[in-house]
Structures are given as C-alpha cells and as structure tokens.
Design a protein around this ligand. Structure first.
Ligand code: IPM
Ligand code: MN
Length: 361
C-alpha cells in the first residue's frame, strides 16, 4: 500500500518524539512491504520563525495532499505574550479546521506494567480502558464572537461556545459507532444544568441513541465527570464531549495511564475519494520546553499515534497491533523514560525508539 504521510515536527520535544515515531513507521513499512512517501513541513513556533506565521500556506497545501499527517507538538514560551491569533497554537487549530478532522480520539489505557507509575491507588486505576472522543473543530475554541474590547474597568473579553446540530450529530455518531466496537457504553459529557449549548448537545445525543439500541447511553455533567474519572475510571468505556471539556478531561485522564507521555491521539473526519480516512495524528502532550533537546521525552505517545494512523487512516490493523504489542513488551521490560518512574536508570527517547523497532522485528 502507498502511505503518503506529512510530518510536522513542530516545537519543543516535537522533533525528538516524531523522529522515533517515523523510525517505527519506516520499520513497519519495510516489514510489511508498504511504500512510505514522507514529506515534511512547518507548523507552530517553528513556522513563525521561518515564515512569520504559525500555519504557512505551503503546510496547508501539503496536508491537503497527504493521506495522513503526523504532528509532534506546538508551543514555545517566547510567544507567550502574543494574542491567540498569532501564537504557535493557532497553527494547530488552523490545521485541524483545514482538514475538518472533527473527532479527536484519545485512548486512555492503564497497562498493568505501569500501574505504579500512576499516583492513584492500584485498585482504582486497574482495568482503565477509556476512549475519549473530543469534538475538535467547534465549540469554545472556534465560536464567534470572540475577542477583547473596550478599556479600563470596562475592558471585556468574549468567547462563545457555539455548536450547530449537524456538528454535534457527526461527532456523536462517530462515538456511537466506536462504542459498538468496544464495550457498548457511551457517556456524553456536558454542562446542561447551566448552558443552552449543552442542552442542545444532550437533546441531539439522546435522539441519536434510538439508532444504536445496542449502546447504553449515559449523560454526565462535566464537573461530576472530572471526579468520577478519578473515583471509578474502569466504569467508563467511550466518552464524548465538547472541545474544551475534552481538552481538560483528557489531561486529567492521562494520570490514569501513568503519564501524559503515554497518550496518543487520532483526529479524523471525512473519507478521501481513495477510501482512506484523512487523519491528523498527534500526541496529547505539549511541547514540554523544559525537557526539550535532552532526549528525556517519552516517544510512546508519538509512536502510539503512528499506530493509530495505520489503524484509522490506512485500515492496517495487523501493523497497528504489532506496534501495540511492541509497546506492551517494552513497557514490561522496564526500558522506559523518566516520566514513567522506572526502577532502574531511565531510558533515553532514542533508546525507547530502538527497543520498539527491535520488538517489531
Ligand atoms: C491539545 C493541546 C492543544 C489544544 C493546544 C496546543 C492548542 O492542548 O491538543 O490538547 O488545546 O487542543
Ligand atoms: Mn490539551
């Protein structure tokens, strides 16, 4: 199969972790005989430096031409004082929108070998296997009006949580479909006791439920969900929610997996004419400038994102499973980076990449 993949290493630890993820992708392509066509582009702070803006035209054109995009991370502290519209993060938001990848899938899995890496008690995190489906191209991140206006004590800032019925429907349909392939439970998370936006969300999800009688639907308020995720994580299967709620809950949920360095993600939207799901694949973690360039970063979230790419965009489940097995094997060996609190000497980013490639064979 031909795999046209755009790589956007981005900022901070992005280049280090994507380097290992690409080596793993090359290993898989060689072993299974796929033709890998890689291109590389600029996004985020790296793009601001070179071109003056976080999301160059050329990057957009490359992304639209590729079947799948692998992103490292965006964000640099030197741009912290810029308004949202000029920051590195704006590049990522623009890319998600341009690709129309409205469903961001973030699996949260507690490996038995990492049970001690979580600060939570073993009996709480044991058995955690959650799929967070975060709406990615609407809600508070994109709603209009937005901005800061006025001056003095009257200076006012506005952001808007806006969803059309069709936007809620398409992401929730994706979540229902995914739930049918898992344990058949879907929790829709909202703030319907306060927000009209959530009331529409709840109505639309409830209507859809009649099309999926095999899925058990529950509604949960976002504040309660934040608590239940830490009290009873193993009781969740698929969780679907608004953009900002999903952003916050997924960082929280990473504590169940031992480290945010374990969380991969797949952002998908529409199928291309060639049947491939166009997707954007990125670790859930950020650019972590404090450890950038020191070969300390955990590459497993980026490597897991390559696994998700093989699975969702290219339908190559055998290859994706091979990556999963390799990750599981390496975790058992204890050859892991510092964020996972190994008992021995922490492994470097590259050593973990080497171990995964060796395990794939
Ligand atoms: C994430 C990140 C991004 C987001 C930032 C970098 C814009 O936190 O992917 O979770 O908020 O979506
Ligand atoms: Mn986030």
């Amino acid at each position: 199969m031909e795999l046209n993949v755009l790589v956007l290493p981005g900022d901070g630890i992005g280049p280090e972790v994507t380097r290992e993820a690409i080596r793993v992708l090359e290993r898989v392509a060689a072993k299974w005989g796929h033709a890998l066509r890689l291109s590389e582009g600029l996004l985020g702070g790296a793009a601001i430096r070179e071109t003056g803006g976080p999301f160059p035209e050329e990057t957009q054109a490359l992304a639209l031409k590729s079947d799948a995009t692998l992103l490292g991370a965006v964000g640099l502290s030197e741009y912290d004082d810029l308004p949202p519209s000029e920051r590195p993060e704006k590049g990522l938001l623009g890319l998600r929108k341009a690709l129309d990848v409205y469903a961001n899938l973030r699996p949260v899995y507690c490996y038995e070998s990492l049970i001690e890496a979580s600060p939570l008690k073993n009996n709480i995190v044991r058995g955690t296997d959650i799929l967070i489906v975060r709406e990615l191209t609407g809600g508070l991140y994109f709603g209009q009006p937005r901005g800061i206006d006025g001056s003095g004590n009257g200076e006012t800032a506005v952001n808007s949580m806006v969803y059309k019925r069709s936007e809620i429907e398409r992401v929730c349909r994706m979540a229902f479909e995914l739930a049918t392939k898992r344990r058949g439970m879907l929790t829709s998370v909202d703030k319907a006791n306060v927000l009209e936006n959530s009331q529409l969300w709840r109505r639309v999800v409830t209507e859809l439920a009649s099309e999926y009688p095999e899925v058990e639907l529950a509604h949960m308020l976002v504040d309660n969900c934040a608590m239940q995720l830490l009290l009873h994580p193993a009781s969740f299967d698929v969780v679907v929610t608004e953009n900002l709620f999903g952003d916050i809950l997924s960082d929280e949920a990473s504590v169940l997996a031992g480290s945010i360095g374990m969380l991969a993600s797949a952002s998908i939207g529409n199928r291309l004419p060639n049947g491939v799901w166009r997707g954007l694949y990125e670790p859930v973690h950020g650019s972590a400038p404090d450890i950038a360039g020191r070969s300390m970063a955990n590459p497993l979230a980026a490597i897991g994102s390559v696994g998700a790419m093989l699975h969702y965009s290219f339908g190559l489940s055998e290859e994706a499973s091979a990556i999963e097995s390799a990750v599981s094997k390496v975790l058992k060996s204890g050859n892991v980076t510092a964020d996972l609190h190994p008992t021995g000497q922490p492994a470097s980013t590259q050593a973990v990449g080497d171990a995964i490639c060796a395990a794939i064979g």
